[in-house]
Design a protein around this ligand. Structure first.
Ligand code: HPA
Length: 265
């Protein structure tokens, strides 16, 4: 076992001990605006502080939470809600960024729901609009994978799960997510580049996590909450407070949607 997998296995073992749950079949990474879904999706059986798990770090960003919850769904299956996301811009390296995903896989997850708050390039998407991620472009120049490990990336975000989500909300649009490293927001020129290469959504998470998840065979559902129009698409400057406010405004609505989707997976 390599050391990243060992660390994830150790964290998953503690999750098993503290929750008493042998297998968490579904893992949820809840980004800005999505945290309430953890309250709605089922009954929380254990709440574990990120600080008690090897390899996890308290998030630096105000508005991000740092707990891991074991949740019993109506179906009787268990979900693991990861509130403690590490971003590449925190400077802890790419292994730290994907540690939560690797831990979820070690805890038995087969399905991974990745959510985030992000900027929209398509001006028809008003702040507060949830959008399905159909594919991504990784602009970080990094990958969590090392060695001759050639992972198929032709359907990172499961078509089956996107269709399932649309059965619940037929208005859900979809788009291609471009991950930038951050922490600075993009320039208008960078947003235009993202648009020119096929991007619809800009953000600072998700693609690296999705790569790690596909490398171990997880089926992924990706959802972005458009918290703002990307730089230059709207004339107003971007602010983190506005991003958080858009998340809070949309939170109840999108969390309910996500909870319904998860209970149908
Ligand atoms: N760009 C990158 N990340 C983001 C944005 C954005 O416009 N909004 C929320 N997260």
């Amino acid at each position: 076992m390599n050391s990243a997998v060992e660390l994830a296995t150790a964290a998953a073992e503690i999750i098993r001990e503290k929750s008493g749950v042998e297998q968490h079949e579904i893992a949820l990474v809840l980004g800005s605006g999505w945290a309430k879904a953890a309250d709605l999706v089922g009954q929380t059986v254990a709440t574990i502080s990120a600080a008690d798990l090897p390899g996890f770090h308290a998030p630096e960003v105000p508005g991000h939470v740092s707990t891991i919850r074991s949740i019993k769904l109506e179906s009787g299956k268990y979900a693991l809600a990861l509130g403690a996301r590490t971003h590449l811009y925190e400077g802890r390296g790419v292994a730290a960024v994907v540690h939560g995903v690797r831990t979820a896989a070690a805890a038995g997850a087969k399905t991974l729901v990745l959510t985030n708050g992000a900027g929209g390039i398509n001006s028809a998407w008003k702040p507060g609009t949830p959008v399905l991620i159909s594919d991504h472009i990784n602009l970080t120049g990094q990958t969590p994978l090392e060695g001759a490990h050639f992972v198929d990336m032709s359907e990172v975000y499961s078509k089956r799960l996107r269709e399932l989500a649309r059965e619940i909300d037929s208005n859900l649009d979809e788009g291609i997510y471009c991950q930038f490293r951050g922490p600075q927001y993009e320039t208008p020129a960078e947003v235009q580049m993202a648009k020119a290469i096929g991007g619809d959504i800009v953000g600072m998470s998700t693609a690296l996590e999705a790569i790690a998840a596909r490398s171990v065979g997880l089926e992924i559902l990706g959802l972005s909450l458009i918290t703002n129009l990307a730089a230059g698409i709207s004339t107003s400057p971007l602010s983190h407070d506005e991003v958080l406010q858009a998340g809070r405004d949309a939170e109840s609505r999108i969390s309910e949607l996500l909870s319904t989707i998860i209970n149908r997976i």
